[in-house]
Design a protein around this ligand. Structure first.
Ligand SMILES: Nc1ncnc2c1ncn2[C@@H]1O[C@H](COP(=O)(O)OP(=O)(O)OP(=O)(O)O)[C@@H](O)[C@H]1O
Ligand SMILES: [Mg+2]
Length: 302
């Protein structure tokens, strides 16, 4: 039987992204204008479960992310945060549940079609091409967007030249947006760690995704670098209207940056809400203090 995703993705691939944006704008204005646009769900994770042999990475996870939303996913080490992003981006195959991206729904997200689906991501550990320049690293984020064939590129045909020019212009725009101009021709591997993390964000952003998955983009940064990076993440959302799933350990950053927060503990979703709601949730406090939820129930009863 044909999966719903197989019917939907080719439609998305035939249209370029601005056409897709126009379509969705038109749809939202029919439904009542830009106010409704913000209500549109970009990502819906429904009952998703993944185990590695006997190890449960996460189980029965529900998560929904709306257009323009910054949605943080937090939880202690080993809670299942990276595994969840890996499943949403198709690196891992969940055993149960669905992932809906826009109008397409998947049991396993096809990772090769991520760019066509409008999804980009960064990794918990740096994953840049250390020997390439910052600009070339950023251009590699458009590899999935290339439509000119290899022969056209090799022969320097007008279609390939036009595409190359367009990609360079997009990379230049992101370099300016994330203030990477003075590093653009430097080898990525030679740059300070904080700048390399920003290059990763730029590489993910250059494709102008409608959904961006960021796995600890501020890990190992100083307080100043974190606040800079938070600013760039906000800029990314404001400039491209991107919805963002943000895994982050620094609770202060999460409180300041996110619209909503989902908390995982031992692979289970224990809370979703605004930063203030989640911070006050006894189950969340217990998870961070290493208490069992029964202890919290006992304390509540006492
Ligand atoms: N490829 C894998 N093979 C086997 N087990 C894995 C794999 N990836 C993750 N796990 C296990 O799944 C569980 C969740 O791990 P995950 O990396 O998703 O946690 P996390 O919340 O991202 O933790 P951290 O905050 O330390 O990055 C852990 O028990 C981990 O050992
Ligand atoms: Mg992780």
């Amino acid at each position: 039987m044909q999966d719903a995703s197989q019917r939907t993705v080719p439609v998305l691939r035939r249209q370029n992204r601005s056409e897709v944006a126009q379509l969705s704008d038109a749809r939202s204005s029919r439904r009542g204008g830009p106010a409704r646009e913000a209500d549109r769900t970009i990502l819906a994770v429904e009952g998703l479960s993944l185990a590695f042999g006997g190890t449960v990475a996460f189980a029965e996870i529900d998560l929904s992310v709306k257009a323009h939303e910054i949605h943080a996913v937090i939880g202690p080490n080993g809670a299942g945060k990276s595994s969840l992003i890996n499943a949403i981006s198709g690196l891992y195959a969940p055993q149960a549940g669905r992932v809906r991206i826009g109008d397409a729904s998947f049991a396993r997200v096809p990772s090769r079609q991520l760019a066509a689906l409008g999804v980009a991501r960064t990794f918990q550990n740096l994953a840049l091409f250390a020997g390439l320049s910052v600009r070339d690293n950023i251009l590699s984020g458009l590899a999935g967007d290339r439509t000119a064939g290899l022969a056209a590129q090799l022969l320097g045909l007008p279609s390939a030249r036009r595409e190359a020019r367009e990609h360079l212009a997009r990379a230049a725009a992101v370099i300016e947006l994330l203030e990477l101009g003075s590093f653009a021709e430097r080898r990525a591997g030679s740059l300070p760690y904080g700048i390399q993390k920003r290059v990763e964000l730029a590489r993910a952003l250059v494709a102008r995704p409608r959904l961006l998955l960021l796995d600890e983009p501020m890990a190992g940064m100083t307080a100043t670098e974190k606040s800079e990076m938070s600013g760039f993440i906000r800029t990314a959302r404001e400039t491209y209207g991107t919805a963002i799933v943000l895994i982050e350990h620094d609770i202060g950053v999460v409180m300041r940056l996110s619209d909503r927060v989902t908390v995982l503990d031992h692979g289970r979703r224990i809370a979703t809400g605004t930063p203030a709601e989640v911070q006050a949730n006894p189950k969340v406090i217990a998870a961070y203090l290493g208490l069992e939820s029964e202890d919290v129930a006992d304390e509540d009863a006492a």
